[in-house]
Design a protein around this ligand. Structure first.
Ligand SMILES: [Zn+2]
Length: 320
């Protein structure tokens, strides 16, 4: 029994040593380093021989731990599919119960969640802004959903956008796109255009300042009718067009929420009523927003940094 136990230890040690070799090599050979081709095969051969002969001295309890091999470098980048899976069934938890702040148009507060992975809780409004460098790295053409190929959206939105466009067409309300992703520089131009047309005050209610636009997130879509044209040319796109009416009733089922709805815009949303502007949130979150009766800004505010998870707070406040 003693011999068998010792054998097991030796074999385990040899296996561990062999298994650890590539990691050690990887650490020892940064790119550009001079390789040492003869040394390591000799070590490996010696280990194998010793293992067979069982003449190796009893090893210590465990081989020395392999140095931590920088796991973040080795992990694959999140794929669009994982984001889609998350969007389909994920509703970000409430973390904040502070009152919704008033709309301010003369300050730039960096929004907390500006990682691309945090897209579901990234809050932009006239106060909160993403950096000018914020740019999705997974933009794809909306062409597979039946739209002009020049329109770009974040990749994980495409299946739901495709399903929604198909359902709208089947219902006799074909959709068109008028604007999708806009980078920071384009928003500089867009906002400047509206300031020239409307003046700064009115422009601020109808167009986001650079860094404050949901379009820079790659999540916002301005829809129009299947025949195209400016959606704001209608008195009320949501009432006066089949496409707008269908979206108003059904877009949430496909994960899209009207960001600036009638009756709460601009008082709550900080922008004027925009019946053509929708932000993708994923189906589960969109259903949650719909059921809550909250505007998107209110719903997102509950998920900004606050007083900690609601359950934790209740525990504290009830003294249990
Ligand atoms: Zn828009």
């Amino acid at each position: 029994m003693q011999l068998r136990a010792a054998t097991g230890l030796v074999i385990a040690f040899v296996i561990a040593s062999t298994a650890a070799t590539p990691a050690v090599n990887a650490l020892a050979d940064p790119p550009g380093a001079t390789p040492a081709p003869t040394t390591r095969p000799m070590i490996a051969a010696a280990s194998a021989t010793i293992g067979i002969d069982l003449r190796l001295p009893t090893p210590g309890p465990t081989p020395p731990p392999t140095p931590t091999p920088m796991p973040t470098v080795m992990l694959p980048a999140p794929t669009p599919m994982s984001a889609l899976a998350r969007a389909a069934d994920y509703v970000p938890p409430i973390t904040n119960e502070r009152p919704l702040p008033a709309c301010k148009y003369d300050v730039d507060v960096p929004t907390t969640y500006s990682s691309l992975d945090d897209w579901q809780i990234t809050m932009v409004d006239p106060t909160y802004t993403v950096p000018d460098t914020y740019a999705p790295n997974d933009l794809v053409s909306a062409a597979p959903a039946g739209f002009y190929s020049g329109y770009e959206v974040r990749s994980f939105m495409l299946p739901d956008l495709t399903a929604m466009a198909s359902a709208a067409a089947d219902a006799g309300a074909p959709l068109g796109l008028y604007s999708t992703y806009r980078d920071y520089e384009t928003q500089v131009y867009t906002f400047g255009h509206w300031v020239g047309v409307l003046g700064y005050g009115q422009a601020s209610l109808g167009s986001a300042r650079p860094g404050h636009s949901e379009h820079q997130l790659g999540l916002a879509l301005d829809f129009t009718t299947g025949s195209g044209g400016e959606p704001w040319a209608y008195y009320n796109f949501a009432r006066d067009t089949a496409a707008g009416a269908w979206l108003s009733a059904n877009a949430w089922k496909y994960g899209f929420i009207m960001s600036y709805p009638y009756g709460k815009s601009p008082s709550v949303t900080c922008y004027g009523f925009e019946p053509w502007h929708y932000r993708y949130m994923g189906r589960a979150a969109a259903a949650d927003i719909k059921a809550s009766g909250l505007t998107l800004r209110e719903w997102l505010w509950l998920r900004q940094p606050g007083l900690g998870p609601r359950a934790d707070r209740l525990l504290v406040f009830t003294g249990e």
